[in-house]
Design a protein around this ligand. Structure first.
Ligand SMILES: *Cc1c(COP(=O)(O)O)cnc(C)c1O
Length: 449
């Protein structure tokens, strides 16, 4: 088996996610034979450094010995069982631990099997909570400009990235979209905190005006990842928590991408010292091994559904693979690694290296900003540095960086014209410097004309 023979078979039967399949007439698809640590290896023996954690899911490297051992043990005991009327130890233990490590007040765990499904669950629970409390007039959701919450119709509706959403607009529920705190747009000399605070006025106004009909505000804390890794100050979350309480609206925090240490704390919410009413988790939840998601919520929400059956107040949402035993066990093994290896503390050292290794990027005449929160660094490429005029999307500059980096053995996958690094936490200093060098050379190459 070779790259060529497998990619030929692949392209004759498969349809890949988020891909214009015709692109593969000119660029190969890469079949991976095995992976270990931060490295992927294809069928021709080429290696690729996984600088984006395989779409933001991997935390402790591929083929992590500890997670592998846990899964091998689990598979001989229980792989999957119906999760209504039945339960199992990995699901119980993982829920106990999630309750323990998430912000105070989040006492209940509802499992689903991917991030979008978790968002759907949180939206439905919030809506249903108000119904059960005789406030059926609350039917709307407030979302931020440039937000992303997944691809299923409900999750897509509360997101705001035009590229993914526009086509399906006629199918989507109406939401209230508020301009966001994205600090890329701050005035020169303005601090992140000042800009984020200033932008909150628009949210406050919207809440004041619409609270009566609004179930919840949904937000990605600190980083709008799919929205080009745009970042903002924690002050926005503190203000939002207070305003949601004031106006009697739920706060849904989507930590699907940023949860489990990405931003420097176990959860991004911690940096604003807030507890949401719902927290959506997925991606890193299983260390990047298996699809699983969880919606954490409060006892107050839970109690609004807890009643005699004939009142018909129950949350009747389900997925076939809810609480999959293997996935829960991977989640437990991943949390064990956080504890055993003092990961949050060690990541501070890695984040400092990431800062140092990208400091010189800003000197490039087409780099408008280098921004970082914890284990995420993003580099914004622009046509005009002064006006921040972007490169026309048709030029696909980011794609050129991607293609260049692949030839040098690094998997970067820019978002439009934003190059970012979001590596697994087991990466070494040498490997980080490889990423930085290849990215910088790739930028030079992609922008040379
Ligand atoms: C990836 C992502 C989702 C969707 O998760 P899927 O598992 O891909 O459905 C939702 N919200 C955020 C912030 C994400 O990054």
């Amino acid at each position: 088996m070779s790259n060529q023979s497998l990619s030929k078979r692949d392209l004759s039967v498969l349809w890949h996610p988020c891909t214009q399949m015709k692109d593969h007439e000119s660029s190969a698809i890469i079949p991976i034979k095995k992976a270990y640590g931060v490295w992927l290896e294809d069928f021709d023996g080429n290696r690729y450094l996984d600088a984006i954690s395989s779409w933001w899911v991997n935390l402790f490297g591929h083929a992590n010995p500890h997670i592998n051992a846990a899964l091998k043990d689990q598979i001989d005991h229980l792989e999957q069982v119906i999760f209504a009327g039945f339960s199992h130890e990995p699901a119980i233990k993982l829920a106990e631990q999630l309750v323990a490590v998430t912000p105070p007040g989040l006492k209940r765990c509802f499992y689903a099997d991917n991030g979008s499904a978790a968002v759907e669950v949180a939206l439905k629970m919030s809506f249903h909570y108000w119904r059960n409390n005789n406030q059926a007039q609350k039917t709307k959701f407030i979302t931020l400009e440039n937000s992303y919450h997944g691809e299923t119709l409900g999750a897509l509706a509360v997101g705001n990235v035009a590229l993914y959403k526009e086509t399906y607009a006629p199918l989507l529920m109406e939401v209230i979209t508020v301009p966001g705190p994205d600090c890329y747009h701050r005035e020169s000399g303005e601090s992140w905190a000042d800009y984020s605070t200033r932008r909150f006025a628009l949210m406050e106004q919207t809440l004041q005006q619409h609270a009566e009909s609004v179930c919840a505000v949904i937000i990605e804390p600190l980083v709008q990842c799919a929205g080009n890794m745009r970042m903002y100050d924690p002050i926005y979350l503190s203000l939002l928590r207070a305003a949601c309480d004031k106006y009697q609206v739920h706060l849904i925090v989507d930590e699907i991408a940023v949860g489990f240490g990405r931003t420097g704390t176990l959860f991004a919410c911690e940096q604003a010292a807030i507890s949401p009413d719902f927290m959506c988790l997925s991606k890193g939840l299983t260390g990047g091994y298996l699809p699983l998601s969880a919606v954490m919520t409060t006892n107050k929400i839970y109690q609004a559904f807890y009643d005699d059956y004939h009142k018909l107040n129950a949350f009747l949402h389900s997925h076939s693979y809810t609480g999959n035993a293997l996935a829960c066990r991977a989640g437990l093994a991943s949390l064990e690694l956080f504890q055993q290896n003092n990961v949050i503390e060690n990541n501070k050292r890695l984040a400092a290296i990431m800062k140092t290794m990208t400091a010189h990027f800003i000197e490039h005449p087409h780099v408008a900003e280098v921004r970082q929160i914890g284990m995420i660094v993003a580099i914004e490429l622009v046509k005009n540095k002064l006006s921040k005029e972007p490169y026309p999307w048709q030029e696909r500059r980011g794609l050129k960086v991607y293609q260049y980096a692949l030839t040098k053995g690094v998997l970067l996958r820019p978002l439009g014209n934003v190059i970012y690094f979001m590596p697994p936490y087991v990466i070494s200093e040498e490997e980080l410097y490889i990423i930085a060098k290849v990215a910088f050379d790739g930028i030079q190459w992609a922008l040379k004309d």
